[in-house]
Design a protein around this ligand. Structure first.
Ligand SMILES: Nc1ncnc2c1ncn2[C@@H]1O[C@H](COP(=O)(O)OP(=O)(O)OP(=O)(O)O)[C@@H](O)[C@H]1O
Ligand SMILES: [Mg+2]
Length: 284
């Protein structure tokens, strides 16, 4: 499925096993240790297909580690990580690389290749596939730049340095999308370091990808107002474990002390989100 051209609507088709109702990602009793230190212990959760799970937690707690496990870059010592029904640690290298084709990753600092143009950054992995003509690569780069609200005519030949940080982050999302029309997008702190207007733009893009293209997502973030706008479900990691998992209502009502402390600076946002979510009946 990787590498097929965007359809007229740009929609990504989900295979039947990924239809809403099933879990696109499952952590089943996952324990991961490195350098003699246990980072995650008996971590279990699912991400329903077509939904976005927000992962929160203090710095260094293991949020990016969860994303690395999903990509199969590291393996758990115990438990299973299932992605689109496949046990990432137990599939062949070829199957793992096929699976990675279906996952788009936006890295923690939005890392772009600074010596490549915006067009080359977005088209890079398509060129890597080796079977697409250059004009087709450029057509797709343009398509995905426009999808994230950037003016492809103006930016295709620009270098990343010439762009604002918010625009660079949008290019990073376009690049993750262009590579393979992913069924899953992983965003590692996509709004960190951005001005409020850019935070809004990135938030809108993530929500739109979920609503219009049914892309399943994990968003790692410290920024609670952003989290509340993009997430369907919320998970709080603390002391190696899942200390909380639930909806925005559950979040507002939680009495877990570590979570309450984490949310304290954002108490008003959480209360407001609870009311607006209740009004929309969006508590899935
Ligand atoms: N290769 C490694 N060797 C040793 N320790 C590591 C390695 N990779 C990660 N760690 C440790 O694992 C822990 C979890 O790291 P991770 O990057 O998942 O944290 P995080 O929750 O994403 O933090 P942040 O919010 O700062 O990005 C950290 O304490 C980190 O030091
Ligand atoms: Mg991290």
């Amino acid at each position: 499925m990787g590498g097929s051209a965007p359809g007229a609507s740009g929609a990504v088709r989900l295979a039947p096993e990924e239809a809403p109702g099933g879990n696109a990602i499952v952590f089943d009793g996952v324990t991961y240790a490195i350098g003699g230190r246990t980072i995650l212990e008996d971590v279990s959760f699912g991400v329903a297909a077509g939904c976005i799970k927000v992962i929160m937690g203090p710095s260094g707690i293991g949020k990016s580690t969860i994303l690395r496990l999903i990509l199969g870059l590291i393996r758990p010592q115990r438990g299973r990580v299932l992605v689109l029904g496949k046990d990432v640690a137990r599939i062949s290298g070829e199957e793992r690389s096929d699976l990675r084709q279906r996952i788009g990753m936006v890295f923690q600092n939005g890392a772009l290749f600074d010596s490549l143009t915006v067009g080359e950054n977005v088209g890079y992995s398509l060129l890597d596939h080796g079977h697409l003509r250059l004009d087709e690569v450029e057509r797709r780069a343009r398509y995905y730049l426009e999808l994230v609200g950037l003016d492809a005519d103006r930016l295709l030949d620009a270098l990343p340095d010439e762009l604002s940080v918010g625009m660079q982050r949008r290019v990073a999302i376009a690049r993750a999308l262009a590579s393979n029309q992913p069924a899953i997008m992983l965003y590692d702190e996509p709004t960190t370091g951005l001005d409020p207007a850019s935070v809004e733009t990135i938030t809108d893009i993530i929500v739109r990808l979920r609503q219009e293209m049914k892309v399943t997502g994990i968003v790692v973030t410290h920024e609670i107002p952003h989290a509340l706008k993009v997430g369907n479900r919320f998970l709080f990691l603390y002391d190696r474990r899942v200390a909380f998992e639930g909806s925005s209502e559950d979040l507002a009502e939680s009495t877990i002390p570590e979570l309450a402390e984490f949310l304290l600076p954002f108490k008003i946002s959480v209360a407001n989100a609870f009311h607006s979510f209740s009004a929309e009946g969006n508590g899935q």
